[in-house]
Design a protein around this ligand. Structure first.
Ligand SMILES: O=C(O)CCC(=O)C(=O)O
Ligand SMILES: [Fe+2]
Length: 258
């Protein structure tokens, strides 16, 4: 089944792109506007939600892992356009790799807006107010709904806390911001920021589709995998070994029989 989500194909202009990256670096988050065709978003979300399983014992929800909706948004040209700049010094540009695609789904219709759990995914590494350092990875959050209204269940974040270790959600002075935007846009944010899910008081399931990305070194081309290394990789049991030997090689060299 081909998902019905449609992408805006033309890329951001230079100035828009520059301001997205500048905002991400200074504030720790940024909004990517008009990534999807707005009229296609409701139908896509409905398709995905029809493949959500509810485990009544644990009261947990999960999206059927075999449907393309799990990762489909990562095909959006405007998301792909922005990512190399996130990890770049603007001289060399790394290749980008997806490392996770979870749909976080919980019940909506809650009585009050509560922040679930304040944390940093990437603790206090590379925090530097004097000099910006690029993150090791980045999250894109997609809600597939307008999130202007209070109680939408979008993610809350402490802006600037990716660089400033003195900011936290409990210090009584740092701003706490809950992502607000249109359903055709997405949010990109630095995992060094303090952030938390929030409960959804509006009707419908609470959801946050996260796609995690990291940078691969910028060789700019794919190499063929040496046959012996491929065999070592195929024989490796642990995930650690599979990654150690598996690396970044052309698909052809990994799949072809010798
Ligand atoms: O549930 C949320 O919105 C926050 C999820 C989260 O902690 C994360 O994306 O790292
Ligand atoms: Fe997190």
């Amino acid at each position: 089944m081909k998902p019905s989500l449609e992408f805006v194909e033309n890329l951001y202009g230079r100035e828009t792109l520059a301001s997205i990256i500048l905002h991400l670096r200074t504030h720790g988050w940024s909004r990517l506007p008009n990534v999807f065709v707005r009229e296609s978003v409701d139908g896509f979300l409905e398709e995905a939600l029809s493949h959500v399983n509810h485990d009544t014992d644990r009261n947990s929800y999960s999206l059927d892992s075999s449907i393309p909706h799990n990762h489909y948004a990562a095909l959006a040209p405007r998301i792909r356009q922005v990512l190399p700049h996130v990890f770049s010094d603007e001289i060399s540009f790394p290749s980008i790799s997806i490392f996770e695609t979870p749909w976080l789904i919980t019940e909506g219709d809650k009585d009050e807006i509560v922040e679930s759990y304040w944390h940093k995914d990437r603790a206090r590494e590379c925090q530097n107010i004097e000099r910006y350092t690029v993150p090791t990875d980045i999250h894109v959050s997609i809600y597939y709904r307008d999130t202007w209204e209070e109680g939408s269940g979008s993610t809350a974040i402490v802006p600037f806390s990716h660089r400033d270790p003195n900011r936290n959600p409990h210090d009584g002075k740092s701003e706490i911001l809950t992502f607000q935007g249109n359903k055709e846009g997405v949010f990109i944010w630095d995992q060094r920021c303090f952030h938390s899910g929030t409960t959804r008081t509006l009707p419908g399931l609470r959801l946050n589709h996260i796609i995690g990305f990291h940078a691969e070194p910028a060789y700019g081309y794919l190499r063929d995998m040496p046959t012996s290394l491929r065999n070592q990789w195929l024989e490796s049991e642990s995930i650690e070994d599979q990654i150690y030997f598996g690396g970044k090689w052309s698909r052809k060299s990994m799949l072809l029989e010798e």
